[in-house]
Design a binder for this molecule. Structure first.
Ligand SMILES: O=C(O)CCC(=O)C(=O)O
Ligand SMILES: [Fe+2]
Length: 301
């Protein structure tokens, strides 16, 4: 299986970032009636399920662990969004796409691997996403991903992906351009679309073999979130019928990226670096034992 580095497009391809286009046209979108503003102001009680809010208020290791499961090391699954919020966000994405179509605006797709979907920052959700990362995802990442900058997440790329037979169908095997990724299924009804994981890897080991214990195939459920390292190799299988819509937030740490430039050993998070380290330790123990046996043999003779 070949693997892609999944990137945000750079803005000089066919599309142009909406925010860089004529601001006066964009202001038409922004000046819609206040009744459509439900997703633009954070209303935690309406957005999140109570169990998630309770854990976030407590912000402890135990409170987070009490609301999630970890089906494979480093992949955390928990209930997050209220069904009404999922509906509201999907309908806002549809409004936006209709508006883009009617006004013939060119928009940038979320990244190099998607033809459908929308960048949330581009239609006014940047402030909400800032809050989502600062107040909800960073506290969790501090507990679960400290070794990849979970504590210092300071920027994000947020988007909605859309899958179905008339949209993007599947997503190839890749790593994200993020330290930590939040992936929440918004709906609607669909078959297929499983998210498959195949172990965490650094740049050097990104194409190495998957170990049996690293295999996970996860079935998306609306409202449910998956939190994982960006370097956790993954992809999405074909959505064979219906329409699947997911919110993705790639969270990044500039501090981590700077520090990473000076490191060679990533055994704190890369599965292959860890295996190599264990192998070096095993060889060194064997060599020491042999040396000791040899010395004993010499002194005994
Ligand atoms: O469709 C999915 O659940 C996976 C999406 C994803 O991995 C991505 O957009 O980076
Ligand atoms: Fe991804």
């Amino acid at each position: 299986m070949s693997l892609d580095e999944h990137k945000k497009p750079s803005g000089n391809g066919n599309g142009v970032a909406l925010s860089t286009q004529c601001n006066s046209s964009f202001s038409v979108w922004c000046s819609r009636p206040a009744s459509t503003w439900g997703v633009y102001t954070m209303n935690a009680v309406n957005f999140f399920v109570p169990s998630f809010l309770k854990a976030i208020n407590e912000k402890t290791d135990e409170s987070f662990r009490s609301i999630l499961v970890e089906p494979t090391p480093g992949v955390y699954v928990f209930e997050m969004f209220q069904p009404s919020f999922c509906e509201m966000l999907m309908s806002e994405v549809e409004n936006f796409e209709r508006w883009v179509h009617d006004t013939k605006f060119r928009i940038m797709r979320p990244n190099t691997m998607n033809k459908y979907g929308a960048v949330l920052d581009d239609f006014g959700l940047e402030t909400i996403l800032d809050k989502l990362m600062d107040e909800y995802i960073r506290p969790m990442s501090k507990v679960f991903f400290p070794e990849v900058g979970g504590l210092t997440l300071d920027s994000h790329h947020g988007f909605v992906v859309e899958y179905g037979v008339d949209r993007d169908v599947e997503l190839g095997f890749h790593v994200d351009d993020s330290e930590v990724t939040l992936n929440v299924c918004l709906g609607k009804q669909f078959y297929g679309g499983e998210l498959f994981f195949r172990g965490v890897r650094c740049d050097k080991h990104v194409n190495t073999e998957t170990q049996p214990e690293e295999i996970l195939d996860y079935v998306h459920v609306p409202g449910r979130a998956v939190l994982h390292r960006g370097r956790h190799r993954h992809g999405a299988r074909a959505t064979t019928s219906g329409h699947r819509c997911n919110l993705i937030l790639w969270c990044r740490s500039s501090v981590f990226r700077e520090l990473k430039k000076y490191q060679k050993d990533f055994s704190s998070w890369c599965g292959e670096c860890r295996r190599e380290k264990r192998e070096r330790q095993r060889l060194s123990i064997t060599a020491t034992k042999l040396e000791l046996l040899k010395r004993d043999g010499i002194s005994a003779s």
